[in-house]
Design a binder for this molecule. Structure first.
Ligand code: ZN
Length: 349
C-alpha cells in the first residue's frame, strides 16, 4: 500500500495554542506524524513515498483564493504588526457585528485580518505553516492520483489535518481541507460521484460546508454530538444538504462513551448510505481521536475497534483514498493507524 508522506510537515510546529482562554502546549504536534510513519516503516507492505507537487490551482478550486493568499503571508504580516512569533487571533469577525449591514470582504489591520479568516484560537500560524499545509495537500492529491490510476487504495499522512477548514475560513488545527481538495480533484478528473466518509471524533464542518449544495459529493460523518463536542455549531443529524445537494449529507452524532459495537452499528448505516450512492471513489477522513485514550475525545473505541472499522470500510470494496485527520493520544497513534491500514493491505487482493 502506498503511504504518501512529506517531511515538510515539521515546518508547522507552534509551541502553544489558546484553549478555553488559556495558553497550553500545542496538541497537534509533529510527533503525531512521526509516531505514525515510524510504525508503518516497520512493515514492508507499506511503501512510503514523497508527494508530487500540484501547485495552487487545486486549493483555489475549493477555497476562496484570497484566504489561500492570506495564509501564505499571514505569519510575516501578523508577527510584524504584533511583535509575537505565534499568530493567534483574539478578535473575530462575528457575523452579528454587521447584522443588517453590507458585508465586508476582509479587514485592513493585520491583527483584524487574522480574526477575519480564522474562526478560533487553537490554530496558530508559524513561519513554516503555509509550506507544511501545502505539503499536506500535495500528499492527499498524490494518493488520490494513485487510486484514480487504478490502485485499490492509498494513504496520505496529511499534517496539518484539514476537515475543519471551510471555503473561506480556517481553524480547528486545519488550514486547507485536504479531503475536500482531493475529492474535488477526483471530480475534476472525471468522477461523477465521490463520497467522503469522516470518522474523526470531531465533525468535519469544513467538508460539510464545502459540499453542502453539491449532488456529486456525498459526505457522511460519525462524530461526537455537537451538543457537547467541537465544532459545536455544525454536525447535527438534521443537516442533510440543500438544493441539488439535498440528501447528500449524513451526520451521525454519537453519545459520549460510545463503544466498538455501537460504533460499528452506526458505521454500517453510513456505509449502506454510501453504497446506495455508488461512488466511484471513497475518501476516508481518518481521525484517530475516536480512540478511548484520546485527550480530545470522549468515545471508548479500542485499537481492535479501529481495526474493525478499517475492515468494515474495506469490505465494501470501493477504491479508497485514506487521509489522516486528527488523533492526539500520541503514544498510541502508530498502533492505531497501523491497525486501521492493516485491513486495507491484508484484505486486498
Ligand atoms: Zn478530531
Amino acid at each position: 500500500m502506498q503511504v504518501v508522506f512529506s517531511e515538510s510537515h515539521r515546518l508547522h510546529d507552534p509551541t502553544a495554542q489558546v484553549e478555553a482562554g488559556h495558553r497550553i502546549p500545542m496538541q497537534e504536534t509533529p510527533s503525531r506524524a512521526e509516531q505514525i510513519i515510524s510504525s508503518l516503516a516497520q512493515d514492508a507492505r507499506f511503501e512510503i513515498v514523497e508527494p508530487k507537487t500540484f501547485g495552487r490551482a487545486p486549493i483555489d478550486s475549493v477555497h476562496e483564493p484570497a484566504m489561500v493568499s492570506y495564509i501564505e503571508h499571514a505569519h510575516a504580516e501578523w508577527s510584524a504588526a504584533s511583535g509575537f512569533d505565534i499568530a493567534i487571533p483574539d478578535v473575530f469577525f462575528h457575523p452579528a457585528l454587521r447584522a443588517g449591514m453590507e458585508p465586508i470582504a476582509d479587514a485592513e489591520s493585520p491583527l483584524g485580518r487574522l480574526g477575519y479568516w480564522c474562526f478560533e484560537t487553537t490554530t496558530p500560524i508559524v513561519a513554516g505553516t503555509y509550506t507544511a499545509a501545502r505539503s499536506a495537500v500535495d500528499s492527499a492529491l498524490t494518493a488520490t492520483d494513485t487510486v484514480l490510476g487504478g490502485a485499490s487504495n492509498a494513504y496520505a499522512l496529511c499534517r496539518p489535518p484539514g476537515h475543519h477548514a471551510a471555503t473561506s475560513v480556517f481553524g480547528g488545527y486545519c488550514f486547507f481541507n485536504n479531503a475536500a481538495i482531493a475529492a474535488q480533484h477526483a471530480v475534476a478528473k472525471g468522477a461523477e460521484r465521490v463520497a467522503v466518509l469522516d470518522v474523526d471524533y470531531h465533525h468535519g464542518n469544513g467538508t460539510e460546508q464545502i459540499f453542502y449544495e453539491r449532488p456529486d459529493v456525498f459526505y457522511a460523518s460519525l462524530h461526537g454530538d455537537p451538543a457537547r463536542a467541537y465544532p459545536y455549531f455544525l454536525g447535527f443529524a438534521d443537516e442533510t444538504g440543500t438544493g441539488r445537494g439535498n440528501g447528500r449529507n449524513l451526520n451521525i452524532p454519537l453519545e459520549a462513551g460510545c463503544e466498538n459495537d455501537m460504533y460499528l452499528s452506526e458505521l454500517t448505516r453510513a456505509l449502506d448510505a454510501i453504497d446506495s450512492y455508488n461512488p466511484e471513489v471513497l475518501f476516508v477522513s481518518l481521525g484517530l481521536d475516536i480512540f478511548g485514550g484520546d485527550p480530545l475525545g470522549d468515545l471508548a473505541i479500542t485499537t481492535d475497534g479501529i481495526g474493525r472499522i478499517g475492515a468494515a470500510i474495506r469490505a465494501r470494496s470501493m477504491p479508497t483514498v485514506i487521509l489522516q485527520e486528527g488523533g492526539y493520544a500520541v503514544s498510541e497513534l502508530g498502533n492505531n493507524a497501523h491497525a486501521f491500514l492493516d485491513k486495507f493491505v491484508s484484505l486486498s487482493s
